[in-house]
Design a protein around this ligand. Sequence first.
Ligand code: NAI
Ligand code: CS2
Length: 496
Amino acid sequence: MISKHSLLKSHSGKMVARGYDGTELTAGIVHIGLGAFHRAHQALYTHETIAATGEFHWGICAANIFGGQELVQELQAQDNAYTVTEMNPDGSRTVKLATAIAQSLAVEDDRRPLLDIMAAETTRIVSLTITEKGYCLNPATGELMADNALIVHDIEHPENPKTALGLIVTALGKRRSSGITPFTVLSCDNVPDNGKRARAAIIQMAEAMDAELALWISEEVAFPCTMVDRIVPAMTEESFAEVNSYLGIDDKGAIVTEAYRQWVIEDHFTIGRPQWDQIDGAMFVADVQPYEEMKLRMLNGSHSILAYLGYLAGYETIDACMQDEQFVKVTRHYMNNEAAVTLEMPEPTDFASYAEKLIERFTNPGLKHRTWQIAMDGSQKVPQRWLNAARTLLAEEKAFAAIALGIGGWMHYVSGTDEQGNTIDVRDPMAEQLKAVAIQHQGKPAQLVKAFLSLDAVFDPSLVANERFVEAVTHAYNTIREQGARQAVALLAETI
Ligand code: NAI
Ligand code: CS2
């Protein structure tokens, strides 16, 4: 076991230890979703901000409410300190020690200890990285899924809610009863308009529990939107072994990420916030939406194309996809001709340079970002990554062959069998429904494509009603079926 102090001492010059003795930290932030991304992004930004400002009241109490219990125990055993290894494209690295997490919690069935901390006056921000599905929203419409079993449970048992939404409503209710100013809810997920969506979900949930509380939340609580960006692959045995042999320690909380990071935050907080903008890559703005749309369509849209087609083509990681020239050509074409052209920015923006920077980031050999990881939860990701752009391109009668190929790839992927006949481990809240569609229409591609496009939780009805859209996706699906994903990408690359 290593403690924070032994981590600090053991770095032997290999670590940037811009540290502080964490004993004076208090938790002004409660974070739900102590996964890889939080540790490499918000918690590291917060660590560096505290080191720069000496504002020790911005420590973090980080909790996992679904899974991730083992990670919490491992972090607790090392006083919640861990290292972040930042890999540069040239293979060099910077290792940082992060100590902003003052407390971590593995919340099992009884959520009340976490509720008490959220309701305490010292908590000023509740931040979230609960994945897209954690918001329990219909991905296509952004409406709360009122028939979701967890939501039904929370409405009936507000004193011990299961979801992050339920926890927030109940904690806000406790603060209201005690006359305590509400905390700010800060969503840091790759959800479009994440603050607005979190607000809508929480208010809809509150309306079903207590109409007066819902009104109070709508008037008093701030839900700033954010654009978050840093590629943080899930750790593997190999990446742990590599980091630990480099550092000569056994850090169970270690994270490997890229050097690049960006965080654009709407400056709307009710009881203060850390001065995150003191640290490179973070800024406060009045309107996040254009930055967020750009990132979701260009970065995440490309990622999903690479994930489905790359997985089917036998590429395990994004950097492996980028060794294939045809994949690079299609990705660049997608960014410049199908994503950038649909964006409206408040100021002149050099999309071509942004695209080249993304290609460089995807090519980073130090990041083993699995296509399988990005392919996960596609039903929750596809609408914001591809479909908003597709609708604009359709309306302007422009081509969208890369998006169509991505959707065709997604349909093959979620059908659950790869090109060699092996089963794909499809992780998605709609996995069963998607598999059922594939089985029902097996061997009848045109019907199968139509049936997938008729899933209105993913595709809004205007798309399945559009003949051009249905034809393009059917063509893409059939090309992958007949020629395989690698050849389908090469064929598209020839035409662009
Ligand atoms: P992870 O798998 O390491 O962690 C997932 C976290 O979400 C865990 O803490 C888990 O407890 C929590 N969670 C899962 N389902 C939940 C639910 N239904 N309710 C509440 N909590 C739930 O994943 P990672 O890498 O931390 O990513 C999490 C999210 O962060 C992503 O879905 C994305 O929205 C955002 N993000 C991730 C980036 C990355 O490169 N990894 C970059 C930018 C944003
Ligand atoms: C990825 C993102 O897992 C995914 O779906 O596309 O998590 C991506 O790594 C980040 O958004 C980069 O900021």
